[in-house]
Design a protein around this ligand. Structure first.
Ligand SMILES: [Zn+2]
Length: 316
């Protein structure tokens, strides 16, 4: 099965299973002779041939009928396949300006977006997970702004910049079908909507604001990249659970910081993992430590913690 149709005109193209990250899905919007891809996935899967195969099974040709490649953000499991799909199709690649640099220079993800030491960075070179950088950079063809509308046939997709998971993260809303392509902002991991990470450019303040914005949209189909689609009444529950996860992690960090009086990120990560009170990413230590640092920065802006220098934090 090359793809499955979720709603008339929206097809899910499933990549291979990637452990904790679940199945990585690309979505294909089709109206008449035109098709639009949302997130081409990792390099080769589903990005390269699987999307082409899915189009073929719908009677479409990747070179003739693909009108655009929309990227929710610049992480390797979402844009790794963009270059190959662009070469195969000639379709323009579109991403928000604040993640465009990741498309141009994929190594930036490891060098600037995650809290990693040299050993962890070296380990990532050997890693076979979905966040590995095993593709060349490309120049984006169009930079997205919140409120932009992208057309595929007579269907319009609206850009909703969310900017929590990464500085350039966008969700895409199709008002006619009431479908939201939520990338990694709503349901970052399968099975537990409360579990999430953000990169160093991301923001907890933006994430919470984005969840409020999204809650106000009329959504019948919530279509994340790493999880199964959620329909109708389940949508609100998922969005609420994502919010809970963010608030719970903030509270957990504040309580561990209070108990230790002063702590650095390594100590807080140790406490969070040991307490097991909040679901956190299991694979790749840097995802949790990066998220903890971004949460601390948000709490600092809210006047709840103080940065004592040298990576040491305390409650305000
Ligand atoms: Zn991501």
């Amino acid at each position: 099965m090359a793809s499955s149709e979720i709603v008339p005109g929206i097809h899910m193209v499933r990549g291979k299973f990637a452990g904790e990250f679940g199945f990585i899905s690309s979505y294909l919007l089709v109206d008449g002779e035109e098709a639009l891809v949302i997130d081409p996935g990792t390099a080769g899967d589903p990005g390269g041939d699987r999307i082409g195969d899915a189009m073929k099974s719908l009677g479409l040709d990747v070179r003739k009928n693909l009108v655009g490649i929309l990227c929710t953000h610049g992480h390797p499991d979402h844009v790794g396949g963009a270059g190959r799909l662009k070469r195969n199709s000639g379709a323009p690649v579109m991403i928000h300006r604040d993640d465009a640099e990741l498309l141009r220079d994929p190594q930036m993800f490891l060098n600037e977006r995650l809290l990693m030491d040299r050993a962890a960075r070296f380990a990532m070179k050997l890693d076979k997970g979905p966040l590995r950088v095993n593709y060349r950079g490309i120049e984006p063809d169009h930079l997205l702004e919140s409120g932009d509308e992208i057309s595929v046939g007579a269907v319009k997709v609206r850009v909703v910049a969310t900017r929590g998971h990464s500085a350039g993260h966008c969700a895409f809303y199709a008002p006619e079908t009431k479908a939201l392509f939520s990338g990694d902002e709503v349901n970052n991991y399968p099975n537990d909507p409360r579990k999430f990470y953000v990169d160093l450019s991301g923001s907890i303040v933006s994430k919470r604001a984005a969840l409020d914005t999204i809650s106000k949209l009329s959504i019948d189909y919530l279509l994340p990249s790493h999880d199964v689609p959620y329909l109708f009444r389940d949508v609100k529950l998922q969005i609420e659970a994502v919010k809970d996860g963010v608030i719970h992690l903030q509270d957990t960090i504040l309580s561990h910081l209070g108990a230790r009086e002063e702590a650095d990120v390594v100590q807080l990560v140790f406490d969070i993992r040991r307490a097991r009170s909040v679901p956190v990413p299991e694979t790749m230590d840097s995802l949790l430590s990066t998220t903890v640092l971004v949460v601390l920065r948000g709490l600092k802006n809210a006047g709840l913690v103080r940065d004592l220098g040298n990576g040491v934090w305390t409650k305000a």
